[in-house]
Design a protein around this ligand. Structure first.
Ligand SMILES: [Zn+2]
Ligand SMILES: [Zn+2]
Length: 466
């Protein structure tokens, strides 16, 4: 008998994690933080059903913090076993988790000053930079498609998920008594045909599939359409001498946005020396890490990379390193494009840019990813006329464009196609990593196409495979 407990991602998109228990091993797949809402930090502080002393191995699908963010915390609480992931994933977790430790430190210091004034006890940060270092000493690199024994009776195979560099779906083959059972964890599945990365690799065998459902409720517009709309917005901004602000996940979207800006230059939509600021030290590091892992590129990206085309197209690209450079941008009004993290506008430098620019009418804000409930990005998508930033009201006069077709997630029919290798054999399908309406819609579509009644568990449910 195999038992799986959810550590998050039940009816929401953040906090992913699965504790898999067999008669002889305990393996954790992903362990992300919760994001959005005032209680996100306190929720993330809990290890849920995971006991670090009883855990044999961790397998990590990809670097995004909603999948990796609780791992340093696990290490801080005593975990010393191996952590398996692809090399590009570790290259990115080093950047992302270090950045998170820094932001955590700043946020907690700010909060504690406020708590102190209110006569409340101080709180501690979720984890420190030291914990991130300790985590990476446990790293065990795995390659795509090469099965690896990760714990007693448990083999893991990582399939390319096409979501961000290094991202994987994880197939666990588990010896269960005399039987062998296969459980697939989709991780986050990317769209087909996106620039830079290869398309997702669907699984071919499974007794049970944990499937993400971020966009389970709808189709994504085609990337060609979204790219065309993005270039229209850029063209308009150039014509109006306006500013464009693109909050982007430092890892993944930023590189895709740069790719399409280069295309806009080649098509004559964007002047070659129009100022573009990449204002996110983390995005800069992630872009450099991507350059170091050409093995994850698709054909087209490999050609662009070897020709050096991207660099010559984006002559106006500036990387702002220091906080002071970033501030200078806020204090001026010249037309430019600013790409800055974080994607859901929940932290990082982009929050400052929004504070200084949202109230201006000659500003375009282009939202390019999924905005979780409770985030500033979600409020903008939903058309808020005023938002709170750092405890102050800010009017929204900027034009907000929602281009979530750029999202690094597959749409409904792509998710259904991803199942095509295993669907006909009717495995159990468990929907996670999506809000409840998206899960319900995807469950309906799966029933129609494969005749499988997909499960939609709550956080406290124990899923048993026997
Ligand atoms: Zn992700
Ligand atoms: Zn995710």
């Amino acid at each position: 008998m195999i038992e799986i407990r959810l550590c998050g991602g039940a009816g929401e998109v953040t906090g992913s994690g699965y504790l898999v228990e067999t008669a002889s091993a305990r393996v954790l797949v992903d362990f992300g933080v919760f994001q959005g809402g005032d209680d996100a930090r306190e929720r993330s502080r809990s290890l849920g059903p995971v006991d670090p002393d009883q855990l044999d191995a961790v397998a990590l699908s990809h670097a995004h913090i909603d999948h990796s963010g609780r791992l340093p915390l696990l290490v801080a609480r005593g975990y010393r076993g191996p952590v398996f992931a692809t090399p590009p994933t570790f290259a990115l977790t080093e950047i992302l988790l270090a950045d998170m430790a820094k932001l955590e430190d700043e946020a907690v210091a700010r909060l504690n000053r406020r708590r102190q004034r209110a006569g409340k006890e101080p709180i501690s940060a979720l984890f420190t930079l030291d914990d991130v270092g300790r985590l990476h000493r446990l790293a065990r690199a795995v390659r795509y498609n090469e099965p690896r024994l990760v714990a007693n009776g448990v083999r893991a195979r990582f399939l390319d998920a096409g979501h961000i560099m290094g991202s994987a779906s994880i197939e666990l083959t588990i010896q269960d008594g005399t039987d062998e059972r296969v459980i697939v964890f989709s991780g986050d599945i990317g769209p087909w045909g996106a620039p830079i990365l290869r398309d997702p690799q669907p699984p071919t065998r499974a007794d049970m599939v944990f499937l993400e459902s971020t966009y389970g409720g709808r189709e994504r517009p085609t990337l060609a359409d979204v790219a065309a709309e993005f270039k229209r917005i850029v063209a308009r901004a150039v014509h109006e001498h306006a500013r464009v602000i693109v909050p982007a996940f430092a890892v993944g979207r930023t590189q895709v946005i740069l790719f399409y800006l280069a295309e806009a230059v080649r098509e004559g939509v964007l002047p070659r020396d129009f100022p573009i600021y990449l204002d996110s030290p983390m995005a800069t590091k992630a872009t450099a890490a991507l350059a170091e892992h050409p093995e994850v590129y698709d054909e087209e990206a490999r050609t662009l990379a070897t020709s050096g085309q991207l660099r010559s197209d984006l002559r106006g690209l500036r990387v702002t390193e220091s906080v002071d450079d970033s501030r200078v941008l806020n204090n001026s009004e010249h037309p430019c494009i600013i790409i800055s993290a974080s994607g859901m506008c929940e932290g990082g430098r982009v929050v400052h840019h929004l504070r200084h620019n949202l109230w201006r009418s000659n500003v375009h804000v282009v939202l390019v990813g999924y905005m979780a409930r409770g985030t500033l990005g979600r409020a903008l998508v939903e058309g808020a006329s005023e938002v709170q930033i750092f405890g102050e009201p800010v009017a929204v006069r900027a034009q907000v464009h929602n281009l979530d077709g750029f999202s690094a997630h597959a749409g409904q029919s792509e998710l259904l196609d991803w199942l095509s290798g295993v669907g006909p054999a009717k495995p159990r399908i468990v929907l996670t990593h999506g809000e409840d309406d998206a899960r319900a819609a995807l469950a309906g579509a799966i029933a129609a196409r494969y005749g499988i009644s997909a499960e939609r568990p709550q956080l406290s449910d124990i899923i048993v495979l026997d």
